[in-house]
Design a protein around this ligand. Structure first.
Ligand SMILES: Nc1ncnc2c1ncn2[C@@H]1O[C@H](COP(=O)(O)OP(=O)(O)OP(=O)(O)O)[C@@H](O)[C@H]1O
Ligand SMILES: [Mg+2]
Length: 257
């Protein structure tokens, strides 16, 4: 079982972005998607989530083309933590997280016990229980980011897509979020694709990393194999050194220009 990105080309009416991206993410693994600004990372996540149809190629989950699923079925399959914040400001934290349960609610029925349980669990996992009744407009940027994660977790999907989830978070909450995502992938077999700019976070928390540049896949594989000084210097157009920690993690540092 896996997520298969099969020769995907995609873009917008004004421009092509993705060019023949071909990649497989085995079930239960975390893939970190790397690359410079404008490389096409968010565009690829849009194709994976089903919101942007590929011009060519397919996205398959367990062999089924996700773009052929009905919206509700797709919402039970894939949850997204978006790059831009888009939450109704007057909602409370709890109400916003309950939005993650939408694909399970019947047309007339309200939230049931399973829905409340999922919301409480997601609030607990993201340290948001004390803020449950707070309106979103009175949260900090990092707290809002955690609400987006909690909403996605409450959705209880086998596939989770995260677009720069640690951007607004302090060091403690960055590690907490990445460790939580890793634990969920280990314990529940959650399959994760996350866009991160911090190459060291990618090296530490992802099973595999993939680099996009100008809409093309430049490399994919283990962090140690992909994150080489020569490749990173070329892709990021800036001199880079790669060191190795005592535990064998690659550590990427920008060299002086
Ligand atoms: N809605 C849109 N309509 C037209 N072009 C778009 C749209 N969204 C993004 N683009 C363009 O597509 C290209 C890839 O954008 P994308 O958002 O996928 O990059 P990214 O790798 O996520 O970058 P970043 O690291 O800055 O988030 C860019 O040239 C961007 O200007
Ligand atoms: Mg982006």
């Amino acid at each position: 079982m896996s997520l298969e990105i099969v020769h995907v080309s995609a873009g917008y009416p004004s421009q092509q972005v993705l060019d023949d991206v071909h990649l497989t993410v085995p079930k239960g693994q975390i893939l970190a998607l790397l690359g410079p600004n404008g490389a096409g990372k968010t565009t690829l996540l849009r194709v994976l989530s089903g919101t942007l149809a590929p011009w060519q190629g397919q996205v398959r989950w367990e062999g089924r083309d996700i773009h052929r699923l009905a919206p509700k079925a797709r919402a039970r399959l894939v949850a997204v933590v978006p790059q831009a914040r888009a939450l109704p400001p007057a909602f409370t934290v709890e109400q916003a997280v309950m939005l993650g349960r939408t694909p399970y609610l019947s047309w007339l029925g309200g939230a049931g016990q399973a829905d409340w349980k999922a919301v409480q669990r997601a609030l607990t996992q993201t340290d948001l229980l004390p803020l449950a009744a707070r309106p979103l407009q009175r949260l900090s940027g990092g707290e809002q980011q955690r609400v987006l994660l909690a909403r996605a977790l409450a959705q209880e999907t086998p596939l989770l897509l995260l677009d720069e989830p640690t951007t607004h978070l302090d060091l403690h909450h960055q590690s907490r979020l990445l460790a939580l995502v890793r634990d969920l992938s280990r314990a529940r077999g959650l399959t994760v694709v996350m866009v991160v700019h911090d190459l060291n976070q990618a090296a530490r928390y992802a099973d595999r990393v993939a680099i996009l540049d100008h809409g093309r896949l430049v490399a994919a594989g283990s962090p140690a194999a992909v994150l080489t000084a020569e490749r990173l210097t070329r892709v990021y157009r800036t001199p880079v050194e790669v060191l190795t920690t005592a535990q064998g993690w690659p550590v990427v540092v920008a060299a002086a220009e």
